[in-house]
Design a protein around this ligand. Structure first.
Ligand code: THU
Length: 132
């Protein structure tokens, strides 16, 4: 399924709120739940560098705070020429709440660049089912 403009706009608005004084690399993420709600987040860096938080993690926190437990699709947006695919840690964070065929839309300020499934970005993954 193609990503719509609403999700893209939410990711862009989130990116513009990013707190990234150290890397200067602002990232926004916006996810949609199966019932159509959208939650967004930005990266929040810290002077103690490892304590920084990725945009995807912020968006997931917003979803969980609202009672959401399922990611239908997620868009990640950053500047530059390279694809801003979710980092390894965020692939696992998304994995907690998304099905293998959930779409991850990688975007730039110009719009959608490439869509992957979660399975493509995190094959043979470990998840909640492993603990049952
Ligand atoms: N970043 C994200 O927010 N999401 C990603 O998936 C990739 C990296 C942030 C973390 C840090 O604040 C900045 O981008 C540079 O790594």
């Amino acid at each position: 399924m193609a990503m719509d403009d609403i999700l893209l706009a939410a990711a862009k608005a989130a990116m513009d709120k990013a707190y990234a004084p150290y890397s200067k690399f602002q990232v926004g993420a916006a996810l949609r739940t199966p019932d159509g709600q959208i939650f967004s987040g930005c990266n929040v860096e810290n002077a103690a560098y490892p304590q920084g938080c990725c945009a995807e993690a912020s968006a997931i926190s917003a979803m969980v705070m609202a009672g959401g437990r399922k990611i239908a699709e997620i868009a990640v947006l950053g500047k530059g020429d390279a694809l801003v695919t979710p980092c390894g840690g965020c692939r696992q964070r998304i994995r907690e709440f998304a099905a293998p065929d959930a779409e991850i839309h990688v975007c730039g300020p110009d719009g959608l660049r490439q869509t992957f499934t979660l399975e493509e970005l995190l094959p043979a993954s470990f998840g909640p089912e492993n603990l049952k």
